[in-house]
Design a protein around this ligand. Sequence first.
Ligand code: INI
Length: 156
Amino acid sequence: MKDITTISGKLDATGLKVAIVAARFNDFIVNRLVDGALDYLELQGFDRADITLVRVPGAFELPLICQKLATGKKYNGILALGAVIRGSTPHFDYVCGEAVKGLAHTMLAHNVPLGFGLLTCDTIDQAIERAGSKAGNKGVEAAAAMLETIRVLEQI
Ligand code: INI
């Protein structure tokens, strides 16, 4: 009996260029996501010259800049990093909702692997936990997901 065909992505940086788009809002958290992602990508073999880092004001601006980068087709993958932390008004829900919708739309409309490293937390403690402490580093996880998806996409 024939075996099934399995397609999976190798975590290999050879020949790839990626862009990281990082929000400045809550930069004490987002900078940890950026550092974690850069560290991870370099461990996978990326040359720093093949990584472009773009800073944007906040999570709400992530989709526009990711979309523009996707349109230019210079990057094999895009990594969106940010941290939205709930306050006492509905602002959080609007920012998160539009950011998620816009990023998902960009990925699908442009067929570009987009690592989703946007923290959406109720408290600052939750954000700290996810930015390189108790709950890992979501910047690293999103970078790994982007790299794996790049390699899967090119095989199908
Ligand atoms: N942007 C964030 O990235 N995180 C937040 O927690 C946040 N809060 O809470 O307001 C936030 N707001 C700014 C928003 O993303 C835009 O930059 C701003 O509204 C200007 O367009």
